[in-house]
Every structure is written in C-alpha cells, then in structure tokens.
Design a protein around this ligand. Sequence first.
Ligand SMILES: CC(C)(COP(=O)(O)OP(=O)(O)OC[C@H]1O[C@@H](n2cnc3c(N)ncnc32)[C@H](O)[C@@H]1OP(=O)(O)O)[C@@H](O)C(=O)NCCC(=O)NCCS
Length: 163
Amino acid sequence: MSAQPQSLFAILPLRLVDLDAVLLIEQQAYSFPWTHGNFVDSLAAGYEAWALWEGRGQQSRLLGYFLALQGVDEMHLLNITVQPARQGQGLARLMLDELCARSRALGRTQVWLEVRQSNERARQVYQRYGFSEVGLRRAYYPAGPGKREDAILMSLNLAEAGT
Ligand SMILES: CC(C)(COP(=O)(O)OP(=O)(O)OC[C@H]1O[C@@H](n2cnc3c(N)ncnc32)[C@H](O)[C@@H]1OP(=O)(O)O)[C@@H](O)C(=O)NCCC(=O)NCCS
C-alpha cells in the first residue's frame, strides 16, 4: 500500500506535549528506545524535531517523527521512526522529503545518519531513497548486557540527490 494523498498528512514541529505519543511509538519500534529525557534534551537543544500527523484537530494521530542536528554544512539525522502498524506505506519517504527540503532551505548540502548494521530494513529504505553507505562506526550502539553493535554511516549529497 502506498501513502494516501499528502493532504491527509501534516508535518509539524514536535512539542513537549507530543512526547507521550512519541514514546509509545518509540518503545514499540526499538529494542533500545530513546528515553523521555533524550527527547526533552533534544527539544531543549533546538534540534530539528518534526512530527508526522494524520488527520486534523481532535481526530489527528501521530504516525511518526524525526529529529536531526544541524552542522555547518550538513544535517545529521538522529532518529526517524514510523509507527510499526503503518510502516511500509511510504511514510518514512514523506519525512525524508521534508528533512531534505528543510536541509536545503537551511543551506545544508549533505545529510548523514548512522544505522545499526542489523537493521536491514532501514538500510534498504535509506538506500532506495538515495543514501550511500560510506563508513562503519565500531561498537556504536548498545546491544544488550556487555555487547555493542556496529553502525553503518550513510550519507546523501543534496546537490546530487533528485529528491
Ligand atoms: C525504517 C523506517 C523509518 C522506514 O519507514 P517506512 O515508512 O516503513 O518506510 P517507507 O514505507 O517510506 O519506505 C521507503 C522505501 O523503502 C522501501 N521499503 C519499505 N519497507 C521495506 C522493506 N521491508 N524492505 C525493503 N524495502 C522497503 C519502500 O518500498 C520505499 O521505497 P519506494 O518509495 O522507492 O517505493 C521504519 O521501518 C521504522 O520506523 N523502523 C523502526 C525504527 C528504525 O529502525 N528507524 C531507523 C533507525 S536508523
């Protein structure tokens, strides 16, 4: 199934009052979720933080979110998550489009991200979007008691990308 017409969706600044809904999704989506404090700190630090909503007003539902850190020339995507029941419908693509549009508007030329080596699904989503795997960060993520997992470093050149 593909995403429904974009008019049903809105991408709005993530707010502190959204965090209960964000944490419900975060805890369903990851074995090692961000904490409430991680989101609060990110908002306080002024990171790019956006929420994807479906519907309007009281009927609206949070479907996903992304957070990114601005560098000098680049944007660093820290978290992008879609509610598990709504994955595979093009919603990450909608958020990546927004991230790229905002990055361009802010004069950034490159988007970077890290992804767990075992997260084949996310790696494929990013690759299909146009990201390239450009490096490895050893033992980057926690992976259970006494264990760490490598991260794949990926990047997208906004000057070359057709997004
Ligand atoms: C990774 C994640 C954000 C992708 O969100 P999504 O809404 O399912 O992705 P989309 O439906 O927008 O897919 C984007 C593209 O990847 C493709 N794709 C989606 N799921 C796929 C899968 N399981 N295998 C291969 N390709 C897939 C889609 O076909 C689409 O390609 P297209 O637009 O060229 O047709 C989502 O799966 C998620 O939240 N996962 C848990 C959290 C996570 O791992 N986040 C990333 C951390 S780095």
